[in-house]
Design a protein around this ligand. Structure first.
Ligand SMILES: C[S@@+](CC[C@H](N)C(=O)[O-])C[C@H]1O[C@@H](n2cnc3c(N)ncnc32)[C@H](O)[C@@H]1O
Length: 304
């Protein structure tokens, strides 16, 4: 009798887990390829950490050597100083310009392009941090726990960047409509000056121009003022006038700091675009046409 009862009681495994707990269906084992990919990713993350550490040590060593030789240890301002400047200029309302990177394109980008987009955000943050005249920087329209948010989380210390992150809120929810200018290359208005009271919106979209004109149509549908950069007015280019998000930011940063458009454009845009300064004759033409252009230049006071 005892023996029969014992044989009917199912044997309990020594350790219970979600896979062997009575009443649960065992999970599907991961495929060989998935496991391989996971292993590779883990190895890559480890390597990245090692590389960073090596770089840190190399810089430390360089500083030590410079100190021993009585050479100046640092050429530019320290990280602390850069951050202090940025915070001070934002708090005192001294920022020469304000930019919102519109990251509300989460669902339109492939995983690879999401990574590129976030990398561009990191570059933008770095350009701004190192700038003698940093602007106010907003990252707007980030979907909480969306692809872009998840990708930001892969960057150590991203939450501490001196950037205003806005989750589930777009530029339209955050700023006065009259003070927003969405930069798009299809606009018929020309950006002439970078005005401190406006917020310039740049599309955070890496799409290899699959969605041609998308940022422009979204902006105009929302009733926003748009403006294009004065590229063809200052330089001749071999290729299209569509720039990447961080090149647009870099250009604005330079012009807001007082640099002229021509030199800022030539310094910023990639060589492959084959940009050359317009000849004097063209510049004279530009001057002659400037009266008719002023009508189409962005004048927010007139718009508001
Ligand atoms: C790579 S582009 C996006 C291209 C996208 N296919 C489109 O048509 O909107 C990224 C952003 O840079 C800005 N941009 C690029 N070139 C520009 C230009 N020539 N003038 C003004 N803004 C520009 C726009 O804000 C644009 O959304």
């Amino acid at each position: 009798m005892e023996a029969t009862e014992q044989s009917q009681t199912p044997l309990q495994p020594a350790v219970l887990s979600l896979n062997n707990c009575p009443g649960t269906t065992p999970g599907t084992p991961q495929s060989k390829n998935q496991l391989k990919k996971q292993k590779k990713l883990a190895e890559f993350a480890e390597l990245k950490k090692l590389r960073r550490e090596r770089e840190r040590q190399r810089k430390k060593q360089k500083r030590r050597e410079a100190k021993e030789q009585g050479l100046p240890v640092r050429v530019g301002p320290s990280r602390k100083e850069l951050k202090r400047r940025q915070v001070a200029s934002a708090e005192n309302g001294l920022a020469t310009f304000s930019v919102a990177i519109d990251l509300d394109y989460d669902d339109l980008m492939q995983e690879r392009d999401i990574a590129k987009c976030v990398k561009q955000c990191l570059r933008i943050y770095t350009i701004n941090r190192r700038s003698a005249q940093p602007g106010r920087l907003h990252f707007t329209g980030i979907k909480r726990n969306g692809h872009i948010h998840e990708c930001f989380k892969k960057n150590d210390g991203w939450e501490n960047w001196n950037v205003e992150y806005h989750f589930d809120r777009t530029h339209a929810d955050l700023f006065e409509k009259q003070k927003l200018v969405y930069l798009t290359c299809e606009s018929d208005k020309l950006l002439d000056k970078v005005q401190p009271e406006c917020t310039y919106v740049i599309g955070g979209l890496v799409d290899h121009n699959h969605f041609k004109g998308l940022c422009h149509s979204r902006a105009t549908e929302a009733g926003l003022t748009t403006a294009r950069l004065p590229l063809s007015e200052h330089v001749d280019m071999k290729t299209r006038a569509v720039l990447s998000t961080y090149h647009v930011f870099e250009l604005l940063n330079k012009v807001a700091a007082g640099q002229d458009w021509t030199s800022a454009i030539l310094e910023t845009i990639p060589l492959r675009k084959g940009a050359k300064a317009k000849t004097t004759t063209n510049e004279q033409e530009l001057d002659a046409n400037s009266e008719s252009e002023t009508e189409t230049q962005v004048d927010l006071k007139a718009d508001s």
